[in-house]
Design a binder for this molecule. Sequence first.
Ligand code: HEM
Length: 203
Amino acid sequence: MVFVIIGHLMGLAFPKSWTRAVGIDDHAYHLIATIPGSIAALAVLLGFAGLLYRRLKNRSVFLSTSASDKVMYILLGAALISGSFATFTLQLFDLAGTGGYDYRETISPWLRQLLIFNIEPELMANAPWQFKVHVIAGFTLIAVWPFTRLVHAFSAPVGYTTRPYVLYRSRDERTTPMRSNTAWEPIRSHREQLEGETPSHGA
Ligand code: HEM
């Protein structure tokens, strides 16, 4: 995903004139975007399949899968599969034999204009359907992003350094009964806890 994100930044945010200015001609850009882009696409698809397999096969992970997780998996899969499909069919295998689709003339300026509230739909009108599907899938995923567990991609674990310990307790009834409100108290060893409680358990 790191390489996919770098690829999206390079292809969508930077105009052609910038890459030309640093000595990358259009053919070189196409090769850089297509070969590592296709390897990155294969890697994300494999990673996605691995995560999906774990979620379905690992019983506790499966049981903790919420409705929002299911929606998220469908939309994430749609974005990854449609993006990879577009790269494979239009760029890597170049089925039309035209040297690949130059999205930096259409999709990229369309997106940059959209982000500054200047809508230019004519730029997208003749884009291949693979890219249209991918952009719809991408934006739908971005729209639901904050309401799914994907939000954690943007949360810094700052509280982790100061939060209280997580206490794991046995459910075995034969062990000491759970005391209330211990979450914010310092950790004591099991023996110390037992010793501390002995008097109150007196006959
Ligand atoms: C909504 C705005 C988006 C636009 C305009 C967009 C555009 C593109 C373009 C033009 C390509 C082809 C790159 C190339 O072949 O050189 C591509 C590929 C791809 N996109 Fe997107 N994309 C968007 C969002 C997303 C999102 C949200 C994801 C996934 C979370 C995603 C995943 C992919 C993948 C996996 C590829 C194939 C690998 C690659 O070529 O980098 N895209 N996208």
